[in-house]
Design a protein around this ligand. Structure first.
Ligand SMILES: Nc1nc2c(ncn2[C@@H]2O[C@H](COP(=O)(O)OP(=O)(O)OP(=O)(O)O)[C@@H](O)[C@H]2O)c(=O)[nH]1
Ligand SMILES: [Mg+2]
Length: 364
């Protein structure tokens, strides 16, 4: 499951977005570190899963999910503190909610009045928090190297030194070009600025028209230059209004969405941006019992995808029977696909494609 954490200045709309996105939520609680954290799960909207569910009429329809974590604290949360909070430290991506709504009834926290400045100020905080970690780490490695030199430790020192130098020049680690092995070396340090970053621009009610044009809200908020860096994306919402609409019956909500010129709900826009950012794709498992969507990173091999379902399936992997969503829907049934030779037998190393419908064969 893809895990994200909401960051942002006070009163920027983090909790409103959290409520908009998530359908299952835990009450805020401590135990994740020093701060109270709410964790919630969003169901990934997917028209393909809807269609498969119509075809199979299964007992259960299970969408893919994305986890969101929200800090329940109205106080200013320095990025440094986030390193102590497990759902933030371990997140696959950070979602920065940037306030672009005006509303004089909602006080401004410590944020500024320009989204671009807030985006940069938060970035600077992530960088500072990481710099402290990188400096400590380099010192420690230098000490260890004096005791015993290993090639791996030297490589680690080199990559962290590179990170430290970038951070000193106010460059986030995610913007550094880096070999995959070096990225792996860094993973254990959970640097905040290494995580892909999604900016969610929380726009003003007066500006709702911007939502119907992708990228427009971010442009208007002056975030273009910020976004030009690698591993960042944006999505726009008007969290307050969209939450109000989402709480209506779908039938009642439709005319509101149409009125606003919105083809998609906020949840779709934010989740699609998160998938794009991380290069995630979906595959499906189907049957009379259950139709289910799973999300995996782009370029995942079949055996690893199987492990997403259950470690036993990965361990006992024999083969994957794969048909594309388009073929399955086009032919109308798995049987028809088999008759036309469209169900392929693939091995462990097969790279799963977006929209693959897979039956795993495995030994227990
Ligand atoms: N006008 C307007 N108000 C909004 C919007 N989004 C959020 N708000 C309001 O702003 C206030 C703060 O929103 P929250 O979602 O609690 O903000 P937060 O970032 O979680 O705040 P803290 O957790 O206290 O830092 C609430 O009263 C929301 O109703 C918006 O798009 N427009
Ligand atoms: Mg909040």
């Amino acid at each position: 499951m893809l895990r994200t954490a909401l960051i942002g200045f006070p009163l920027s709309g983090k909790t409103t977005l959290f409520q908009l996105m998530t359908s299952h939520r835990e009450a805020p609680r401590g135990g994740h570190g020093k701060l109270d954290v709410s964790v919630g799960v969003a169901r990934v909207p997917d028209a393909r899963l809807d269609h498969l569910t119509e075809m199979y009429q299964p007992r259960k329809r299970v969408p893919a999910t994305v986890e969101f974590a929200d800090i329940a604290a109205a106080t200013r949360t320095a990025a440094q503190a986030l390193l102590d909070v497990a759902p933030f430290r371990d997140a696959d991506a950070l979602v920065h909610v940037v306030r672009a709504f005006v509303d004089p009834a909602v006080a401004r926290g410590t944020g500024s009045t320009t989204p671009a400045r807030d985006a940069q100020a938060m970035e600077d905080e992530l960088i500072l928090a990481d710099l402290a970690v990188a400096e400590r780490r380099v010192e420690r490695i230098e000490r260890d190297l004096k005791k015993a030199k290993t090639a791996e430790l030297e490589k680690e020192r080199d990559v962290i030194t590179r990170c430290r130098e970038a951070l000193e020049h106010a460059t986030p680690i995610r913007a550094l070009p880096m070999h995959e092995e070096d990225r792996k070396r860094l993973r254990g340090f959970q640097f905040l600025s290494a995580k892909p970053l999604l900016l969610v621009v929380n726009i003003d009610e007066a500006d709702l028209a911007a939502l119907s044009v992708p990228g427009r809200a971010a442009d208007e908020a002056g975030l273009g230059a910020f976004l030009a860096r690698g591993a960042t994306r944006e999505a726009a919402v008007c969290a307050k209004i969209e939450l109000e609409i989402a709480q209506l019956d779908p039938a009642d909500a439709a005319p509101f969405l149409a009125d606003l010129g919105l083809r998609e709900a906020g949840i779709d826009r934010v989740i699609r941006a998160a998938y794009d950012l991380l290069g995630y794709i979906s595959f499906f498992t189907v049957g009379e019992d259950e139709c289910r969507a799973w999300s995996i990173p782009h370029n995942t091999i079949a055996q690893v995808a199987a492990g997403e379902i259950h470690t036993d399936i990965a361990r006992g992997f024999i083969r994957a029977e794969v048909v594309s969503y388009d073929a399955l829907v086009g032919r109308g049934s798995m049987q028809a696909c088999k008759e036309h030779g469209e169900v392929r037998l693939e091995g462990k190393e097969y790279v799963v494609q977006d929209g693959d419908v897979i039956t795993f064969r495995f030994a227990t």
